[in-house]
Design a protein around this ligand. Structure first.
Ligand SMILES: [Zn+2]
Length: 272
């Protein structure tokens, strides 16, 4: 499943390729699971609209649209296997394509934005109010807000990091990696973490996510233009999926435990 850095990279890549263009026509597969807004309403809302901006909110890709002074947003959640491809019309249509937006304007002639999703956990919808997502944005939240967010909670910090109604977009890899970098054990109760620890955690989380976005940026063309997710998880994992391997800092074997149903990796010596 794409995590926040991948979604950010995809959103930026799609933005670069289609912003400023106008949607001339829309085709949909009409598969019921894919469309949170009925497909005919999606087609009606998109046709004739201009793509002003493509960006990320949490793990959702948000396409800002305008048409005759009216603004709305097209929301794309990639789910497990969803992909967005920017193609020329003569590129063969891959299997499991559920939506095709034909876009005019811009250099390079007509382009198509295609949504492809084999397992159909992805979701497409339209909203007329600005989508804000369920939680706070991990890259821009202030230290004070970050501390307030976790105040008095009794859950393990690992579970709190994955709680999308607190911070949106943080997945398993980035939770484990940021806790390692902050030197905090994943089972620690959130409410007992000190200000200094929460400060270190926020810094580590931002660093890990930003680093992954930078790495993802170099391979976005593979993702957007071709077929495949290759080269995306380039982040150098220090603990994630390194069970039994020596800690890169102290040599202690990395341990794996389960918290809230999720495999969790940590160093028992570096993390207190
Ligand atoms: Zn260690």
């Amino acid at each position: 499943m794409p995590e926040l850095p991948e979604v950010e990279t995809i959103a930026n890549g799609v933005h670069d390729r289609i912003h400023g263009r106008t949607i001339r026509s829309v085709w949909t597969s009409n598969k019921p699971q894919t469309f949170k807004t009925p497909p005919d309403q999606i087609a009606e809302a998109l046709t004739g609209s201009r793509v002003d901006r493509v960006h990320r909110v949490g793990k959702t890709i948000v396409v800002d649209l305008s048409r005759r002074r009216k603004t709305m947003q097209f929301l794309i959640h990639l789910g497990m296997t969803g992909r967005l491809l920017v193609s020329t019309p003569d590129t063969p249509i891959p299997p499991h394509t559920h939506a095709i937006l034909t876009l005019s304007g811009g250099s390079g002639g007509i382009k198509e934005l295609r949504f492809v999703d084999a397992r159909r956990f992805g979701r497409l919808s339209i909203t007329e109010t600005a989508y804000e997502g369920p939680g706070s944005e991990p890259l821009t939240i202030s230290l004070e807000d970050f501390i307030v967010l976790f105040h008095h909670r009794k859950t393990p910090i690992k579970a709190a990091l994955l709680n999308q109604s607190l911070l949106h977009g943080v997945g398993n890899i980035y939770a484990d990696e940021s806790l390692f970098r902050a030197g905090i054990r994943p089972r620690r109760q959130v409410g007992r973490l000190t200000r200094a620890e929460l400060g270190r955690l926020r810094t580590a989380l931002v660093e890990v996510i930003r680093h992954a976005i930078e790495l993802g940026g170099s391979s976005v063309s593979d993702y957007v233009d071709a077929d495949g997710v290759r080269g995306f998880f380039q982040l150098e994992h220090r603990v994630y999926l390194r069970t039994g391997e020596p800690c890169l800092v102290c040599g202690t074997p990395i341990q794996r435990i389960v918290i809230g149903g999720r495999g969790t990796h940590f160093c028992s010596r570096c993390q207190k």
